[in-house]
Design a protein. Structure first.
Length: 523
């Protein structure tokens, strides 16, 4: 029996078999009910941009620059829009693919940092199940792809630290760093905040002279400079200047922070940011990260990972005007790596290096309880994601974004189906609240590559106080005219009998309404 158990353990931990099992678990947990959570405002924008690129790529290939976004994520969405009839599912599958690549990359990073095989598997499971990773690997948002390219940049940096004896390998890894970091910048501009974190890894190797560390710093800096050079290719596009037009929407100017007292608004938010990690990465993992600062084994590694995360978070914490949890996702990479390696150090220190059975038992029970608690916290997030997306236990900021406010696309798919049914018998013009985003992009995206003959959709702004004359002129050519609007932004006085449908959000939040305004437009 013992031989059978031993053989089974070897078989289960055989890398190829383990990867297949991990892949199956990952696919099942990440693709089931993938489109259950309605489209989010940013998703609607990105998907619609990708569809415009499909329709007229010479005109729209670099269109995201106009809204302060680099275009790589939208380009990757383009081929996936041909996968099926559910545009949201097709877009989110990109993040599912990115997520599995992140799982593998994190495991490889653990190996480069000195982690053993079981620690590699632990880190990959953490990226598979922890809410911070799980959620963003199921949403058509840019942040998951950004972290993947930043992780690949870190892989290149760690190889550079090892390759100084081989000029050929050094050049190869400098080029890899330039490409991966350049791709990160082409994905999202905040990648630039990762530069200090990557440079910090030059202090990781022990027993180096100042000259040798300066050389490592130069090699990393040169690779990062190559990434900035790749990013500068965007300057060839005439809309490059627009790329920096939206920064003030999310960040205070540094002069306002340091000289005008804006820090009084930003610094009090730091406890909230900490709560995001405690909730989405779990408090046991964050406790492990802090404990790592006091563990002698691999202490240098733990400290570098901790301060690398803080270097990324510091400018966001100081300058952030509007900071949502997804903006902090890159720091989760360092915390996940650190937590995994701390578990390994605890096993070594309290189990492998002691012969005292009671001490081993207690240490084993404590580590088992830590891992069990992480699993419980993750399950409490994954369960609702798979069975009832309206009850996902988000932090307050994300509950507002994804469930209760205008940015949540509750009712949009149903409204698209209602429009599709109505236009079979008559032509239809639809006015929507807003000019882009959840409405009307979130509605228009469902009609891409479908017949839109007899259908016209236009955003008219918010709040809806009146119907613009320009829309009335265009809508007069259609048999029916509808208005799609959120209830708390509907200020146009209409009789209740004109309300066709209502789709309400969870927690008694505002509802999406569909009104018949044909008589109002045609009078």
């Amino acid at each position: 029996m013992s031989r059978f158990i031993s053989a089974l353990r070897r078989y289960l931990f055989y890398p190829a078999f383990g990867l297949v099992v991990l892949f199956v678990i990952y696919v099942l947990t990440h693709t089931v009910q993938l489109a259950a959570l309605p489209v989010f405002a940013d998703e609607a924008i990105y998907i619609r941009w990708a569809q415009l690129i499909i329709d007229d790529w010479p005109r729209y290939l670099f269109f995201p620059l106009n809204d302060g976004k680099t275009p790589l994520f939208m380009w990757l969405l383009v081929p996936l829009q041909y996968l099926g009839n559910d545009q949201l599912w097709s877009a989110r599958i990109l993040s599912v693919i990115v997520g599995f690549l992140q799982v593998l990359t994190t495991g490889y990073l653990i190996q480069l940092l000195g982690g053993r095989a079981k620690t590699v598997w632990l880190s990959m499971l953490l990226v598979t199940f922890l809410p911070f990773w799980y959620f963003h690997h199921r949403m058509a948002l840019i942040d998951g792809l950004l972290v993947l390219f930043l992780s690949l940049s870190l892989v290149s940096v760690l190889h550079l630290l090892r390759s100084t004896a081989s000029p050929q390998k050094t050049v190869v890894w400098m080029l890899c760093l330039a490409v991966s970091f350049g791709a990160a910048l082409w994905t999202k501009l905040p990648a630039v905040l990762f530069i200090p974190s990557l440079l910090l890894f030059s202090v990781l190797p022990v027993r180096k002279t100042w000259f040798e560390r300066s050389k490592l710093l130069t090699l990393i800096g040169t690779g990062l400079g190559g990434g900035l050079l790749l990013f500068s290719l965007l300057k060839l596009n005439p809309t490059f200047g627009q790329l920096f037009s939206r920064g003030s929407d999310f960040l205070y100017p540094w002069r306002d922070v340091f000289f005008e007292g804006a820090w009084r608004q930003t610094l009090p938010n730091i406890p909230t940011y900490i709560s995001y990690f405690v909730t989405y990465l779990s408090w046991p993992l964050m406790a492990l990260v802090v404990a790592g600062l006091f563990i002698q084994d691999k202490q240098r590694t733990f400290q570098v990972l901790f301060w690398a995360a803080l270097l990324f978070l510091l400018p966001i914490s100081l300058l952030g005007r509007v900071v949502y949890p997804r903006y902090l996702l890159p720091a989760a990479l360092f915390f996940t790596l650190s937590g995994s390696l701390v578990i390994q150090s605890l096993v070594d220190q309290f189990i492998n290096r002691t012969n005292q059975i009671p001490a081993k038992s207690v240490a084993g029970m404590v580590i088992a309880l830590i891992l069990a608690q992480i699993l419980v916290i993750s399950s409490a997030f994954i369960g609702p994601s798979l069975f009832n997306a309206s009850t996902i236990p988000f932090v307050s900021a994300d509950t507002t974004q994804y469930l209760t406010e205008w940015s949540s696309g509750h009712g949009l798919k149903e409204t698209a189906e209602l429009i599709q049914s109505a236009k079979k018998s008559s032509t239809l013009a639809v006015a929507t609240e807003g000019y882009f985003g959840t409405l009307p992009d979130g509605l228009s995206m469902y009609f891409h590559r479908r017949s839109v003959e007899g259908l016209y959709i236009e955003g008219i702004g918010q709040p809806v106080i009146s119907i613009p004359e320009s829309f009335k002129l265009r809508a007069n050519k259609y048999d029916q005219v509808w208005l799609v609007v959120n209830s708390h932004r509907m200020l146009l006085p209409l009789s209740a009998d004109k309300l066709l449908k209502t789709y309400c959000r969870p927690f008694n939040a505002p509802c999406l309404q569909v009104w018949d305004i044909t008589s109002l437009v045609k009078q």
